[in-house]
Design a protein around this ligand. Sequence first.
Ligand code: FES
Length: 630
Amino acid sequence: MGATHTITFVTAEGDRTPVKTEPGTSFLDAAREAEIDVTATCGARGKCRGCRFKVLKGSVPPPTIMDEVQLGPDEVHEGFRLACQTHVIADTEIMLAPPQAEIGHQILEAGENRSQRTSIEVGSGIEKKFVTAAIPVDEHIQSSDIEEILTATGASQSGSLSPDLLRKLPAVLREKKGAVTVTTFNGDILDIEAGDTTEHKYGMAFDIGTTSIVGGLLDLDSGEQLASVGDINPQSVYGGDLMSRLAFAQFDLTNLRKLRVRAVQAINDQIKEACEKAAVSPEHIYKVVVVGNTAMHHIFLGIDPTYVGLAPYSPSIRNAIEMPARDLLLKSIPNATVCMLPIVAGFVGADAMGTVLATRIFESEEIRVLIDIGTNGEVIMGRKGRLMACSAPAGPALEGAQIKHGMRGAIGAIEKVQIGDDVTCETIGNAPAAGICGSGLIDATASLLKSGILQSSGRFVDKDDKNLPSALAARLSDSRGECGFTLVYAEDSSNDTDITLTQLDIRQLQLAKGAIYSGVLMLQQIMEVPDDEIAELMLAGGFGNYINTKSAVAINLLPSLEKITYVGNAALMGAQMALISELERKRANVIAKEIEHVSLGARAEFQEIFIEAMCFSEDKANDPMAKTGT
Ligand code: FES
């Protein structure tokens, strides 16, 4: 092994962090060793530009092909490189690109939706009883503090009490002369406090998504939401999409720990924030319901997710789980029990169960389709008596990753595109364009198709096409063999770069939308359901909430149905329902076992359906009944 080299990370403010590292280490790994956050959306595959840095001093190897592709000749010439692709060969000083702008990132917190219009009988399983217990006085009577409290409450305790509770018991019992409030969850004692605290009974629900973590604090007596919180999932520096996150943790328990700690820290922070907003003591949070996709579920619990990411994508546990918050390192809520909703199978996780509960699809008399569009989308179809589900691995393109000028839905992201004689773009926050987010990508593609710039096969037309207005023809380019269409010229963008959609970007979108749409088509085919028998298509999740459904139908991401509705963050709403109602939580367990899981990749007909679903053509062969012969 050679001598170590010193990499000095310099910030825009001039702060310097020197790190000693072995020759051959990637700059990304060197930064991570030093606990410096680098945006690595693509999971170190050289496909996202998030990890780019500028060499200030010292030397680096010649650019790799991925440096050339992602950064272009100008940036490479200026000394930019990708940290995941560049290896240390000498002492170097570098400046990392600032973390991807997340300001104003669109996070869908819990809001009003159909589940709130469903009447749920509140019954969280948390009971608080105010009693006056005897304080042991007579030596000859064999008793103890806890026995006196149990006698006063008329309860029995089957499980063991937490050591922390036992330690505080003598003082609590005597502080108000035996007047105590005993809190139980389904009969088991969670806490004993001096005096009457029966008014304070709260719980929290969380949806741990790959992109964001959102939560809500609820009053467990009234079911009222007192505060909502949400933020980017801080694991995203280790990979923007699910598969890169899994690849980071696979066969590496240290990396699993890093991911877990970030999720737990985020949740502890959100608990603190929600409690401050609602002026509630974290000690009075007794029940927490958590949903998340299968990978997030496992990582949060500290379960190795390696095999979730490998065929046959088997989770370690599917059943609902209950455990003390302290066992999950949620130190801010010492008295709470954490309940995870069950997993259906494979990637159809506890978040999908949340959406099922919230949308009441299991009670519907008519066939409904529920789609959660995301890096790993889920499609659930059916009605009362029969539900089928599949996961649709759309990949990160719809999150703006692996798109040349892609970005998340944050300030400056192009979200709407109109094409007439020329192009008009709208950005989030009306800021100068910095890139394009998933919903903008869909809108832009629909407009490009409508204006004839993009063919139904997904290829750009020729620049010399006589039917094109000159302003549009000028935006078509063929740089270094790659076709592209400039949406915003450098002088109008925030980063002095042309914001262009490339042929490769369009292909990535085709793969993503093909995955989702083929999930719908496959379930329709198996259940023998033609379009006109579908009463409603419900779009759940953060992404679904922001897309223009007309554009999504125009590019064949969604089937053309009469009724497409947004159902908001249904996963979180489902978690909230399970929080305030034990009946709903138990119902989730039963339904999860009844949902039939379809593994798309294992079906012989999948390849054919997927290829059709990738197509933009209006005359799509999307009548699944044609394939069933019915
Ligand atoms: S390009 Fe390096 S992490 Fe994506």
